[in-house]
Design a protein around this ligand. Structure first.
Ligand SMILES: *[C@@H]1O[C@H](CO)[C@@H](O)[C@H](O)[C@H]1NC(C)=O
Ligand SMILES: *[C@@H]1O[C@H](CO)[C@@H](O)[C@H](O)[C@H]1NC(C)=O
Ligand SMILES: *[C@@H]1O[C@H](CO)[C@@H](O)[C@H](O)[C@H]1NC(C)=O
Ligand SMILES: *[C@@H]1O[C@H](CO)[C@@H](O)[C@H](O)[C@H]1NC(C)=O
Length: 396
């Protein structure tokens, strides 16, 4: 790791000149919803290497391309002088209660739909566990791009504006238990709104007349959270890790290196966010290699990390020793408990999501946790977070 002392505050012009980022995709969000400017900008052809097709490198092993960080940056431009998004996790559970057709996720969907309408929300950050085994005859994740669960668990449930804006996604462990490649393929071959071009990718959102730059780094935390060596042979995660060559230590080191490179390259952003499935709050950050991430986030001034996995709503606020704010929004359809060490959270038994808004004139983001356990939703808790949490002096 290089000496970080030269990196604060985030510089702009220097990095801009160094950067030559290829923008593959221009998305314009506008008041009416979401529109793809030029379909041809999607590099579906070139990307076939990134679809689930497993290719064989002449010199070596078979690697599933979905596991390779997407080499180009996706770019979005929003004319509105705000960025507004919802963070939703662990939403694909449809256990059917008595008299219910679609389980608890419909309450959350209803509150989300109302909120996106009210605020002109531009996108959803989907922190994963998109498809669960919901009942005895069901299975984890999805089987293929044609799985009926795309319809029954996703498009039949989330209506209105939720069905118009993109869902920027990462994969959770339940997505990995089955065919995670099919979720990546679904993006490339079926529906770009389920945005998962690879398991690791970078986006830039520019908004307002000043074109304020926000960098998003979407990562797959499964390899940092679960220790391959300790996984049970019957656990499909193990064989899937192997298929993606994630059993090789070098792959994990490479991913950490990639994350650091992306953080370093994007120091000219006003906001840097990282999105992953597993939480990094308090005790949860000590799982396997997870603790490597907060170290990077601290050095490179990550404003916030968004996750799910814990089926709860909670966060750990910015502090001198840990300047990044850690948000968990993992109660899109299931109840559970969270991590020891949170600064705020709900007891088990609450469903909901997180709403975030950044106004163009502000260096703080506003957030609200919403209780959507029933059709009578309510704001549970709100607060603000600074764009650059702490300006560090030299050594630390
Ligand atoms: C969403 O709005 C509708 C119409 O006002 C209302 O009936 C419904 O209860 C709201 N949903 C939630 C979860 O608040
Ligand atoms: C996973 O899904 C992809 C895309 O639908 C498909 O090509 C592949 O055969 C599936 N793999 C398995 C093991 O079912
Ligand atoms: C959320 O709403 C449900 C249903 O009204 C309620 O039982 C629960 O206590 C609420 N959660 C919190 C943390 O207030
Ligand atoms: C910033 O913009 C928002 C939305 O337009 C507005 O409500 C707020 O008053 C503005 N704040 C300042 C400090 O100008």
């Amino acid at each position: 790791m290089k000496n970080p002392s030269y990196r604060y505050p985030r510089t702009s012009s220097l990095h801009r000149t160094i950067l030559c980022l290829i923008c593959l995709l221009t998305i314009v969000g506008h008041a009416q919803g979401f529109r793809i400017l030029k379909k041809s900008h999607y590099i579906v052809k070139k990307s076939s290497a990134y679809s689930g097709i497993t290719i064989r490198d002449d010199n070596g092993p078979t690697v599933n391309q979905a596991a390779i960080p997407f080499p180009h940056v996706f770019e979005e431009i929003y004319p509105e002088d705000y960025l507004d998004f919802l963070v939703l996790g662990d939403w694909g559970y449809q256990a059917k209660g008595v008299g219910e057709k679609k389980g608890d996720q419909v309450h959350v969907a209803s509150a989300m739909e109302n909120m996106t309408q009210e605020y002109g929300t531009q996108f959803i950050i989907n922190v994963g566990d998109s498809f669960y085994k919901s009942h005895r005859d069901d299975y984890q994740g999805v089987n293929s791009v044609d799985d009926n669960k795309w319809k029954t668990v996703w498009s039949d449930v989330y209506h209105g504006r939720l069905a118009e804006i993109p869902w920027y996604s990462v994969a959770g462990n339940h997505d990995w238990y089955n065919n995670v490649t099919a979720e990546v393929d679904y993006f490339w071959t079926k529906n770009h709104r389920f945005f998962l071009p690879a398991l690791f990718y970078v986006r830039h959102s520019y908004f307002g007349p000043q074109r304020i730059k926000v960098t998003w780094i979407h990562i797959d935390t499964n390899i940092f959270y679960y220790d391959y060596g300790y996984l049970d042979d019957r656990n499909s995660l193990k064989s899937n890790f192997r298929a993606f060559e994630m059993d090789k230590p070098g792959m994990i080191t490479d991913r950490l290196k990639w994350i650091e490179e992306k953080l370093e390259e994007n120091q000219d952003s006003k906001w840097i966010f990282v999105v992953g499935h597993h939480p990094l709050i308090g005790s949860c950050a000590s799982k396997h290699l997870m603790s490597r991430l907060p170290l990077l986030f601290k050095i490179y001034g990550v404003t916030a990390y968004f996750s799910g996995h814990s089926h709860t709503l909670e966060y750990q606020s910015s502090k001198l020793s840990s300047p990044t704010t850690y948000f968990t929004s993992g109660s899109g359809s299931r109840f559970g408990s969270g991590c020891d060490g949170k600064d705020w959270g709900v007891p088990s038994g609450t469903l909901g999501f997180l709403h975030v808004r950044i106004n163009g004139n502000s260096s703080k983001l506003d957030f609200q946790y919403v209780n959507a356990t029933t059709y009578e939703s309510e704001i549970l808790h709100q607060g603000t977070v600074d764009a650059i949490p702490f300006i560090y002096p030299k050594e630390y």
